[in-house]
Write a protein that binds this ligand. Structure first.
Ligand code: NDP
Length: 332
């Protein structure tokens, strides 16, 4: 549960693992609800935003202190009062950070159509985010120069591999040598650099992209965005997926180079994965194919048990996660 609204950098102490009474494990036959056993729950950067109390409503509702945290997860139906769901069905969607959850609107959940893949791969929406952000927002063309920040993370690793499949030249930045090595060796990026070791980010990008960047897949914001703008090519696109460097700050950092958007006729477009759910069937089919053919690989960072969940979430903001951060609630 969230213990209190968070100010500044979120800490484990802002959350609490408590024992409470589970919902009745059998639902009434005509209730239209389901009770699920949660198998995996996702840790996602946007959860920090929900831990702040907003005077003006945000794009997702704030969490409420004392209430269980909610996010995407993979679950098995235990009992169902809904004609379209039965015990044993495997689903993914929004659930609680708890062992069992009563879900009153199971129509909002997605079916797991490829149970032959690791079930954990269905934890959350980074794959669809990467797919929609790259193809629909960035509109890539073969041979274009693509830069991705937080490139070894859940979203970034998929964007990079989709960009390689598309025939682009791809460079990623990450916060450790281990992650940079993964980008080069495991995910097939053309080049990568450790941004924490660069004294001049603008120069690092110039080194990697002597003729400039066509597409910037933006995950971090702040100083990196500022360094990218002068390095963009005329008519470049910036798919603004997230700005994790800002999420724990009380005052956002300024970006001084914004005028380059005008000078270089750039298109900078923010997007939310929720607006692209109509792409999900196509995405799931294509991505399952890529995974089975070995064209896409996926690295996860799995914490064991809900007791480990608060620490797992915080790893996203310190960069200690390597790959998609999630929590295995149970392995049963
Ligand atoms: P990741 O798996 O990439 O984990 C977060 C990573 O961000 C960390 O590992 C760290 O990597 C990096 N990071 C953390 N703090 C900072 C900082 N201060 N400055 C620079 N980098 C930092 O997370 P996701 O792939 O799940 O999310 C990536 C981005 O995509 C986030 O901004 C998130 O909000 C956004 N997102 C947006 C969605 C949408 O619909 N628009 C949907 C899903 C995600 P490193 O060690 O390399 O620094």
């Amino acid at each position: 549960i969230l213990k209190r609204y968070v100010k500044g950098f979120v800490s484990e102490d802002d959350m609490e693992v408590v024992t409470a009474v589970a919902p009745p494990l059998a639902v009434a036959a005509d209730s239209k609800a389901v009770v699920v056993k949660n198998l995996y729950v996702s840790c996602d950067p946007y959860m920090r935003n929900r831990m702040t109390r907003h005077e003006v409503p945000s794009y997702v509702p704030d969490f409420v202190p004392g209430e269980v945290l909610a996010n995407f997860g993979v679950m098995r139906v235990i009992s169902s009062g809904h004609p379209d769901f039965k015990a044993g069905d495997l689903l993914w969607g929004i659930t609680g950070w708890e062992e069992y959850t009563l879900i009153n609107n199971p129509e909002s959940l997605f079916r797991i159509n490829h149970p032959e893949l690791p079930l954990s791969y269905y934890t959350g929406m980074p794959g669809l985010t990467a797919y929609a952000g790259f193809f629909d927002v960035s509109k890539p063309k073969k041979g274009e120069y693509v830069f991705i920040s937080a490139a070894s993370g859940a979203v970034g690793q998929i964007v990079g591999q989709l960009a390689k499949i598309t025939g682009c030249y791809v460079v990623g930045s990450a916060g450790s040598d281990k992650k940079v090595n993964l980008l080069r060796t495991k995910f097939g990026f053309d080049d990568a650099f450790n941004y924490k070791k660069e004294s001049d980010l603008e120069a690092a990008l110039k080194r990697c992209f002597p003729v400039g960047i066509d597409i910037y897949f933006e995950n971090v914001g702040g100083a990196m965005l500022d360094a990218v703008l002068p390095n963009m090519r005329l008519g470049g696109r910036i798919a603004t997926c997230g700005m994790i460097s800002q999420y724990n700050l009380e005052q956002p950092e300024g970006v001084g180079n914004l005028f380059y958007i005008v000078a270089k006729r750039l298109r900078m477009e923010g997007f939310m994965v929720f607006d692209y759910y109509d792409r999900y069937c196509k995405f799931e089919k294509e991505m399952a194919g890529y995974l089975k053919e070995g064209k896409v690989t996926y690295i996860e960072d799995i914490a064991e048990g809900l007791d480990a969940a608060p620490a797992a979430l915080i790893k996203l903001y310190t960069g200690h996660n390597v790959g998609k951060q999630l929590v295995a609630v149970t392995r049963e």
